[in-house]
Design a protein around this ligand. Structure first.
Ligand code: FAD
Length: 142
């Protein structure tokens, strides 16, 4: 099975779900992804999600299909889908990071402004941003 990388953006339904459920999403994702040999990173900021899923083509496609139907978020939009030779996030079954003011400069490096909006970013910029964030903040191994 080929190794692929999928990156998508979506919008959190903050009216209906409390922020503590972000933690729950992460807790469910880590063992599920481990079982399916999926690695990746999920970031949340400004009510948007940006997630990268890496793994076997069928596993990644199946997971994205499930995630895109999750009613905790809307407007899921694939920004990049490619076969890849190497995983960027092999250390994590799903690294999770909440964006804060601290990452503003880094976001501006890959966007028009420091305000996080993955719908206005290229897929390539999103992958670079996630990689830099994981290098800088990825100290734990989940
Ligand atoms: P489900 O029956 O879908 O749910 C299992 C448990 O999740 C439930 O018992 C419940 O506690 C909780 N849950 C599910 N839906 C809701 C809801 N609408 N409101 C409150 N609680 C709910 N899953 C992964 O496995 N890997 C990922 O990388 C991943 N990334 C995600 C990223 C985002 C932005 C979102 C919104 C979800 C993500 N999920 C991920 C969760 C995924 O959509 C599924 O809920 C999860 O995989 C469990 O699926 P399931 O079919 O096993 O069980």
């Amino acid at each position: 099975m080929r190794l692929v990388r999928l990156v998508y953006a979506s919008t959190f339904l903050s009216d209906t779900v409390s922020a503590s459920q972000l933690k729950k999403i992460h807790e469910v994702s880590v063992p599920n992804n481990s079982e399916n040999e999926i690695s990746g990173m999920l970031v949340f900021g400004n009510d948007y999600f940006l997630q990268c899923l890496e793994g076997g083509r069928e596993s990644v496609n199946r997971l994205y299909e499930k995630i895109s139907k999750d009613d905790r978020h809307v407007r899921a939009l694939i920004l990049s889908y490619e076969e890849c030779h190497v995983r960027n996030f092999s250390k994590w079954n799903m690294k999770f990071l909440m964006l804060t003011e601290e990452q503003k400069e880094l976001i501006r490096k890959y966007s028009i402004s420091g305000i996080f909006n993955p719908y206005n970013m290229s897929g390539e910029s999103c992958i670079h941003l996630l990689s830099e964030l994981s290098n800088k903040y990825g100290t734990d191994e989940v």
